[in-house]
Design a protein around this ligand. Structure first.
Ligand code: DAT
Ligand code: MG
Length: 138
């Protein structure tokens, strides 16, 4: 059974020229790209995307960061796509949690600048895909 997940290359990843590396690892894993687009995130999308973090001390800087430059948004498909991309991304903190060999473990230092987003569950993926790609049919 195939599923879909939302992947973002965040502004730090785009700025550092790591879009190709992220896409390459997605493809090497055997996942498929269903949609791929460069986007500038506005405040409304930022707030909706990160709604679960509203009220946390880092919420304001998280919004500013995701709006700070273009992101690359992708719809990624495959068996266990949600978990598979989370495995490629590594843990949220690039040094404390992400293993070497993951995107965050290999390229990140600070938790805010952790390069990529991946939906954390099938339910989150459904919500986020509607938000980012409302015209994409299931
Ligand atoms: P993930 O992106 O691994 O799903 P999350 O949903 O808990 O992690 O948090 C969303 C983003 O918020 C995360 O990618 C980076 C930022 N973030 C999380 N915890 C943070 C913290 N303690 N300080 C600053 N930024 C944080
Ligand atoms: Mg998350």
């Amino acid at each position: 059974m195939s599923e879909r997940t939302l992947v973002l290359v965040k502004p730090d990843g785009v700025e550092r020229g790591l879009v190709g590396e992220v896409i390459s690892r997605i493809e090497r894993k055997g996942l498929k790209l269903v949609a791929l687009e460069m986007r500038q995130v506005d405040r409304q999308l930022a707030e909706q995307h990160y709604a679960e973090h509203d009220g946390k001390p880092f919420f304001g800087s998280l919004l500013e960061f995701i709006m700070s430059g273009p992101v690359v948004a992708a719809v990624v498909e495959g068996p266990k796509a949600v978990a598979a991309f989370r495995q490629l991304a590594g843990g949220t903190d690039p040094v404390e949690k992400a293993e070497a060999g993951t995107l965050r473990g290999d390229y990140g230092l600070e938790v805010q600048y952790n390069l990529v987003h991946g939906s954390d569950s099938a339910e989150s993926a459904e919500r986020e895909l509607k938000l980012w790609f409302p015209d994409l049919s299931a």
